[in-house]
Design a protein around this ligand. Sequence first.
Ligand SMILES: Cc1cc2nc3c(=O)[nH]c(=O)nc-3n(C[C@H](O)[C@H](O)[C@H](O)COP(=O)(O)OP(=O)(O)OC[C@H]3O[C@@H](n4cnc5c(N)ncnc54)[C@H](O)[C@@H]3O)c2cc1C
Length: 176
Amino acid sequence: MYTNTQEKIKVNKIAIIGAGLGGLTCAIALRKLGYDVQVYEKARDFRPVGGGFGLLPNGLKCLDAIEPGIISLIKNSGCEVSQTVLKNNQGETIRTNKSARYQDKYGLPLITVWWWHLQQILASKVPENNIHLIATSNHPSIASFKFANISSIVSPSVIQPGSAGTSAQKPPSSAG
Ligand SMILES: Cc1cc2nc3c(=O)[nH]c(=O)nc-3n(C[C@H](O)[C@H](O)[C@H](O)COP(=O)(O)OP(=O)(O)OC[C@H]3O[C@@H](n4cnc5c(N)ncnc54)[C@H](O)[C@@H]3O)c2cc1C
């Protein structure tokens, strides 16, 4: 990892803000690269929220590159889409696509999985102790950042996925 002046700095502890799909996937990947990753999630618990989440072959392949074998877990939790139908707001069909073309062309189908199930699958690949729901978070300090209006916790490097309007702040640069 490099600073603005391209000075090489050693980072081995990383905090990720948000245990959504991006945060958890990032945590899995970074742990495989040997980083000590802590994920901080503002929700008090993982609840069954969200709708059907479509995963195309390229997304599935990315997930499988990070966590080999995860595709079968996703397939078992979701369903393969045989066709998609695009309708206008009067309910008239604009276009119908046969999804078999994904399997034929890319070797994988289009899968939909409940967002929450996908979150659960990803979370199952990160040790429970490395995911901190804010209500229970109590991690030892190296450098600090604050969750506006919620809590103050600590970590030397911060990754903030999502666009949910979090106001977590970067630690001071001197913190490494
Ligand atoms: C309606 C809808 C449908 C979509 N459908 C698809 C689809 O079919 N296929 C597809 O590939 N993509 C889809 N997307 C896009 C996909 O959901 C996002 O790309 C993906 O969820 C981004 O992951 P993320 O981890 O960055 O954010 P999120 O999954 O949104 O997760 C962010 C997490 O951060 C937490 N958080 C926020 N603020 C803080 C804070 N201050 N402190 C701690 N935690 C915090 C949140 O509670 C949440 O758990 C859809 C998006 C929407 C809105």
